[in-house]
Design a protein around this ligand. Structure first.
Ligand code: FRU
Length: 496
């Protein structure tokens, strides 16, 4: 079937399912999901003709990962999003088993999508695959035509490179030249990234294995992105197979950044270590873009491979995090949801200088789709925090707490409701005895930003619809210097 018909069929499938669905209790109000069925990685995040476009890995026929398409949604303000028809469907011999992850770039008014064409060559999905890099072009940002000479990079280069795992092109322009970084692994199962260049986006020349892991840095690097934030070069990528170390790396796979330096000849990216981008449970495959104001923005998949996803029973699976702005401060990467989200605020409730000892609830501070900003003075407390999405008798709840002795934040979803439990920790110091935290709670998710974005923790949680209680606690007297809460309006309103 021709590509355009496959895309229309996929769009119709998602649309019909969306119409059939009752409004699910866990459906997110202000986070991107597909109108129905499965999504994973963000793809093609870009600013094009005055609008933000976000594409995503999508299976438009079921709630499980399967033959990958690219779904599509756009926004003028990174806050209110409007669905668009499915953009890419597997249709050609070179992408017949999936249009895998990739990126978007504008050239001469046209939008170019780079993606990985996937082919299964046998029964084992770890070894029996052929991947190549492909291109689709659009004049209107909605309908995409696959390039007639695809693939533009037909196979992995020679060298210590596993030829099977060769994917996720991220393309950018610099000084009149285009560059493409790709996810790869060595023949000894070490994650690495490959770099290419092109003068026209059509013909690509291999440069080098630009970065390669050592030690516990994973067996495969997925979705690499090479960016500069406030003068600091870094690779953002998602390594598979990093082993837990102390409180770190307890998710199946991680999303990290490697601060370093890309040499002028672009052959080598020097780095020493990597750091997590988020310390929660559900954060993977983030992608960044630059917008017209020069902001570096990042969106991640708010889920984790092989983690149970109870929203399946509502006929949708997976979501995107809020768009976060990135910046460097005192050698640390910060991330915080974009300011435009303030447009969703309504019904503010605030308090100042409230003392907490043991447990405390505040009138009007509760809910399931809200933004909550707190400044807490720890005073002499050794352990303080709050629980949210709690039920009446306190058996169901999700808890964020802070251990002053260890200088660690702890997110505990063991009693959060349905779905997987567990605890995650993040090291983040108090500042002058104060902890500033911001929580974005949606119907089945929470994103927590500490110390103005110095660390974040993201999780999917599946409480009862009626669990809306928020409770503050502290082992010794502490002070809520400031509490501000807003209900947040739904913003993903236009379903196709
Ligand atoms: C990352 C990833 C990518 C791949 C895509 C397939 O989550 O595994 O490497 O392109 O998902 O859906």
């Amino acid at each position: 079937m021709p590509h355009q018909e496959l895309v229309e069929q996929a769009t119709a499938s998602v649309l019909e399912e969306n119409k059939r669905q009752a409004a699910g209790e866990w459906r997110l109000d202000y986070h991107i999901t597909a109108p129905a069925f499965w999504i994973n990685d963000p793809n093609g995040f870009c600013y094009y003709n005055g609008e933000y476009h976000l594409f995503y890995q999508h299976h438009p026929y079921s709630v499980k990962w399967d033959n990958m398409h690219w779904g599509h949604i756009k926004s003028r303000d990174l806050t209110h999003w409007e669905d668009l028809p499915v953009a890419l469907a597997p249709s050609e011999p070179y992408d017949k088993d999936g249009c895998f992850s990739g990126s978007a770039i504008e050239k001469d008014g046209r939008l170019y999508l780079f993606y990985t064409g996937n082919i299964w060559t046998g029964p084992d999905p770890d070894t029996d695959l052929k991947q190549s890099q492909c291109l689709a072009i659009s004049d209107d940002g909605i309908t995409f035509t696959k390039y007639e000479h695809n693939p533009v990079i037909s196979e992995a280069p020679e060298g210590n490179i596993d030829p099977a795992h060769f994917r996720d092109p991220k393309v950018w322009e610099e000084d009149g030249m285009y560059y493409c970084i790709l996810g790869s692994k060595s023949r000894e199962n070490t994650g690495q990234a490959l770099l290419y260049k092109s003068s026209d986006l059509l013909n690509w020349e291999y440069i080098s294995i630009v970065a390669k892991g050592t030690g516990n840095m994973g067996y495969m690097w997925e979705c690499p992105d090479l960016i500069t934030v406030n003068g600091q070069d870094m690779i953002v990528m998602s390594p598979q197979g990093v082993r837990p170390e102390g409180d770190l790396y307890h998710n199946l796979h991680q999303a990290v950044y490697l601060p370093g330096k890309l040499e002028a000849d672009k052959e080598n990216f020097q780095f020493e270590q990597f750091k997590l981008l988020d310390y929660g449970f559900d954060y993977y495959a983030p992608q960044t873009t630059l917008d017209a104001e020069g902001r570096r923005l990042m969106v991640g998949w708010m889920a984790m491979w092989e983690s149970p996803m109870p929203e399946e029973k509502e006929q949708w699976t997976g979501a995107m995090t809020l768009p976060r702005e990135l910046w460097m401060e005192k050698g640390r990467l910060y991330s915080f949801p974009v300011q435009e989200l303030e447009a969703l605020r309504q019904k503010q409730v605030s308090y100042n200088n409230v003392h907490i000892h043991n447990a405390l609830q505040l009138d009007g501070i509760n809910g399931k789709t809200l933004e909550l900003r707190l400044t807490i003075d720890a005073k002499r407390a050794g352990h303080f925090g709050l629980s949210f999405r709690g039920d009446d008798d306190g058996t169901e709840k999700t808890t964020w707490s802070y251990d002053v002795g260890q200088q660690k934040a702890v997110l505990d979803r063991s009693s959060a409701g349905e779905g997987p439990g567990g605890v995650r920790k993040a090291e983040v110091p108090l500042q002058d005895g104060l902890m500033d935290i911001c929580l974005y709670i949606d119907n089945s998710s929470v994103e927590i930003f500490m110390q103005h974005g110095a660390a974040s923790m993201t999780a999917r949680i599946y409480p009862k619809f009626t669990s809306t209680a928020i409770m503050f606690f502290s082992d010794e007297p502490a002070e809520l210097v400031k509490v501000e809460k807003w209900e947040l309006k739904p913003s993903i309103t236009t379903r196709l």
